[in-house]
Design a protein around this ligand. Structure first.
Ligand SMILES: NC(=O)c1ccc[n+]([C@@H]2O[C@H](COP(=O)([O-])OP(=O)(O)OC[C@H]3O[C@@H](n4cnc5c(N)ncnc54)[C@H](OP(=O)(O)O)[C@@H]3O)[C@@H](O)[C@H]2O)c1
Length: 268
């Protein structure tokens, strides 16, 4: 595994696993919970150590239970979770404190590696209060890094007006359908690590080119796509219910794309 160093010195695995459909009937985001997550067990066995969770996914307690019951030591895990932007969680400082405390309980741990605001909070006072609570828990060592998700430039600018701790991460959609180039460049300029959600999304004609590129490296198109992102410093959190795909998504560290192939991908 390779790591990226966040702007506060914390090291984050450059590949992690998503969890938004784990432990749900028919692997459906809105499905009822099944109470078990064999996909997460297989991810841990295969070597995933970075786990992307969220309160909105409703399965934090299940994900937390699998992690707590696994033989992987806590210090090897990198647990990310996110507070929703809705009133219930951000309308007062105590509501945000209760959300963080509950996430700590769900993961059966006394610290989380990364805590994010899941979506922009449009009410400025609520945003400020939420970030101040994040900073409070960060200073107390209960959150090792704090960041945001789905923040556009103007949201980042708003946060900058009062933030004492700069966001370490902005988790945004980055894939070949939504390259999000401008925001990606802004994050890099600001020293905020971009994390790509939905990294596997690509049009069929793009997949064909990726598969073609992969032949020279004995890799699949999906692996080429992930390799492209990590080579340019984008953390990826692909999610799979299939152990073969989970394995493939970690098998990215024994090849390097040529400049010509990178150009081909950028022109897709
Ligand atoms: N911050 C946010 O607002 C936000 C929004 C969306 C998602 N997320 C996070 O990002 C994670 C990833 O995003 P996502 O789950 O939407 O999409 P994704 O990871 O881009 O794509 C998942 C799909 O790709 C397939 N796949 C995975 N690896 C593959 C491979 N090697 N070859 C072929 N197909 C492969 C999976 O099918 P199989 O199961 O069959 O492999 C699944 O259908 C989520 O789980 C969640 O944790 C965050």
């Amino acid at each position: 595994m390779e790591y990226i160093t966040l702007n506060n010195g914390v090291k984050m695995p450059i590949v992690g696993t998503g969890t938004n459909t784990y432990g749900k009937v028919n692997n459906d985001y809105n499905g009822a919970l099944t109470n078990e997550i064999p996909e997460l067990e297989s991810a841990l066995e295969l070597g995933y150590r970075s786990i992307d969770a969220a309160i909105m996914y409703r399965n934090e307690h299940l994900v937390g239970r699998v992690l707590a019951e696994s033989t992987v030591p806590r210090e090897e895990l990198f647990i990310t979770t996110k507070v929703p932007a809705s009133e219930e969680y951000v309308s007062s400082k105590d509501a945000t404190r209760a959300a963080i405390d509950n996430s700590l309980k769900n993961f059966q741990t006394d610290y989380l590696d990364l805590f994010l605001i899941h979506f922009p909070i449009e009410n400025k006072e609520h945003l400020k209060n939420t970030w101040e609570v994040f900073e409070e828990y960060y200073e107390a060592g209960k959150l090792k890094a704090i960041g945001v998700s789905n923040f556009e430039k103007h949201h980042l600018d708003e946060l900058k007006e009062f933030a004492k701790v700069k966001p370490a991460v902005n988790q945004i959609q980055i894939n070949l359908k939504q390259p999000n180039k401008e925001l990606l460049a802004i994050c890099k300029e600001e020293g905020i690590t971009p994390v790509a959600w939905g990294p596997m999304k690509a049009e069929d004609h793009q997949k064909e080119v990726l598969n073609e590129i992969g032949k020279a490296y004995n890799k699949t198109g999906a692996q080429v796509l992930l390799r492209y992102q990590i080579e340019r410093g984008v953390v990826v959190i692909p999610k799979s219910h299939n152990p073969d795909n989970q394995r493939a998504n970690l098998d990215l560290f024994d090849f390097e794309l040529t400049t010509a192939d990178v150009e081909k991908i950028e022109n897709l």
